[in-house]
Ligand binder design. Sequence first.
Ligand code: MN
Length: 154
Amino acid sequence: MFLKEYKSKRNFIKTSEPKGSIKNKNRSIFVVHKHNAQNLHWDLRLAMNGVLKSWAIPKKPPMKSNLKRLAIMVEDHPLEYAKFHGTIPKGEYGAGKVEIWDKGKYQIEEGTLEKGHLQIGFSGDKLKEKYHLIRTNFKGTQNSWLFFKAKAKS
Ligand code: MN
């Protein structure tokens, strides 16, 4: 089922997050949510194959190339989530304030999700230029990736 895990975690009567109905548009937009849940984190979301591929980043996304951030791949979110901001009610999944920290367009310059390596060119307000997302086997899981800014070519 489309977005099964996403839907199974949420009660749409109580939360104003989108249910997810847009299926097959593939815009190359991205959004980063600042999510003040139990633990503050940033959610990087890339529109890909009709959904938002999503990673939770426990620390602020790096602006310089010398910082690597752990990025945990989480369930696909609906495309409409790119516009979502608000407060998820107490007691609900991900309870807390969700803000749009950055948004804009992106393009994959190299790699694929399946290969576990993406080189991404961002054109947001905060995320600009090239970043890498690389799958690792941190703690033996398939969901951990590293997110870091590529070194500028001189
Ligand atoms: Mn989150």
